[in-house]
Write a protein that binds this ligand. Structure first.
Ligand code: ATP
Ligand code: MG
Length: 426
């Protein structure tokens, strides 16, 4: 653990000292305690205290009223935020997502009992003592995700916890306790109460984490994906990374959006289904376009029946050079690069495959790189500009990209009149 790690933890302890010296109880709680015990990097520190929000605000010079009604004040120390939350319990959960009411309590153990998993329900005090009323430490060393209390009840209160169970399990390489898994099975329909944005954010964290393959396998096997608030394409749940020949492990793909693209490809989704899914999961338009673009690119390569499933494919000779170049022109170099990254990750090396050489050998890949502009072309042919110009340019692009025509203005203008007469002016 590095210096900044110890510094952050030390700052947290200083905060506890201020609260304690003012006569309140205070503990480091939740994720930071868990992460310290398993030696993971800390990203933030949460503190639970008996002090009411007003008292916390009065004790520290720089605070932000993050969620006063829920008891949370953010204390800023040297530009680092610390979330300080008054001990509380939650009741009501009539919408299967958020408590109807939170009440402040005086016993830290009550606060710990509202938390989702045993390893998230531990606290450390100033003296370094560990409060662990639900056996979180034991579950951490055994590698088990277990809810505090009966899983069916806890997932019934807040359906988001089902996704969190899968996320933590996959991230840490843990098993789900039998009761926790059964709880998901019995409560999965309640996922419909969770905003799509939250589903997207949780799934995205799973995808970018250490165990995306396990996470996706659990999402599929649990049946959860059939119960999202907005429907995902049926294929979303059909994802499979492996078959007799090869496997594409998402975890070996570096880029997160390339992982997503590989997910939809392996799920058998079409470009439109991938795009609709990204949208339903509230990804940005930019990310959705990129992910769906790679899926479209892959479908384009294999649409002439050349396709065996991506995961099973011999990585050389997916398609012919002609098809490859046209797909690059239609979907762009970025999609081709993402596709190659997926392939290279699947194969475990970067030794050039045929497609890589074809891509590198393309003299140009975009209309804007052509040595002739649309207006020049219209003028040379003596016709008024119109949609036909873009079609002509696209045709010239093909010729140049395939290496059949030099990218020089004279050659291009000459070729375009020949194409013009060939195509009968279309
Ligand atoms: P990470 O930030 O690494 O995802 P974390 O455990 O810090 O993990 P947060 O979402 O930051 O997770 O929540 C902080 C703590 O609040 C958790 O450790 C847990 O004790 C509690 N908590 C968060 N979300 C829930 C929930 N939906 N139900 C019950 N307790 C929760
Ligand atoms: Mg956290």
């Amino acid at each position: 653990m590095g210096e900044s790690y110890e510094k952050l933890w030390g700052e947290g302890l200083k905060l506890l000292r201020v609260l304690t010296e003012a006569g309140y109880e205070a503990y480091l709680v939740g994720g930071c305690v868990r992460d310290r015990l398993i030696g993971r990097p800390l990203h933030d520190i949460d503190i639970a205290t008996s002090a009411l929000p007003g008292a916390v605000q009065a004790l520290f010079p720089r605070t932000v009223p993050t969620g006063l009604q829920h008891g949370t004040v953010t204390v800023m120390i040297d530009g680092t935020p610390f979330e300080v939350t008054t001990y509380r319990t939650e009741t009501g959960y009539s919408d299967a997502r958020r408590p109807d009411e939170v009440s402040f309590v005086s016993d830290v153990r009550e606060d710990l009992s509202r938390r989702d998993f045993t390893f998230n329900a531990m606290a450390v005090g100033l003296d370094g003592e560990l409060l662990d009323p639900f056996g979180g430490r034991e579950d951490l060393s055994a590698g088990i995700v277990r809810t505090v209390g009966r899983a069916a009840e806890r997932f019934g209160e807040d359906a988001l916890r089902m996704l969190r169970a899968i996320r933590f399990g996959a991230e840490f390489g843990f098993e789900l306790a039998a009761d926790t898994w059964d709880g998901i099975a019995s409560q999965k329909q309640r996922l419909a109460h969770v905003a799509m944005e939250r589903v997207g954010a949780e799934w995205d964290k799973m995808m970018s984490g250490q165990g995306p393959d396990q996470a996706c396998a659990w999402l599929r096997d649990s049946g959860l994906l059939a119960y999202t608030k907005e429907p995902l394409p049926v294929r979303a749940a059909k994802w499979t990374s492996s078959d007799a020949e090869t496997a594409i492990r998402l975890s070996v793909i570096e880029d997160i959006d390339a992982r997503w693209a590989a997910y939809w490809i392996c799920a058998g989704a079409s470009e439109a289904e991938a795009a609709a899914s990204c949208k339903a999961l509230r990804m940005s338009g930019k990310r959705g376009a990129r992910i769906a673009g790679v899926v479209g690119f892959e479908r384009r390569l294999t649409e002439n029946g050349a396709s065996r499933r991506l995961a099973a494919r011999n990585l050389n000779g997916v398609c012919d050079r002609e098809t490859w170049i046209e797909a690059v022109l239609d979907y762009g170099v970025a999609a081709a690069e993402d596709w190659l990254a997926i392939m290279e990750a699947a194969r475990g090396d970067k030794i050039g495959c045929a497609e890589r050489h074809w891509l590198d050998g393309m003299p140009i890949t975009r209309i804007s790189e052509l040595a002739v502009r649309g207006d020049e072309l219209a003028k040379a042919l003596g016709k008024p500009p119109g949609p036909w110009v873009a079609r002509r340019l696209r045709r010239l692009l093909s010729e140049v990209a395939h290496g059949r025509l030099a990218n020089a203005k004279d050659a291009l203008l000459k070729a375009v009149s020949i194409l013009q007469s060939e195509d009968n002016g279309t």
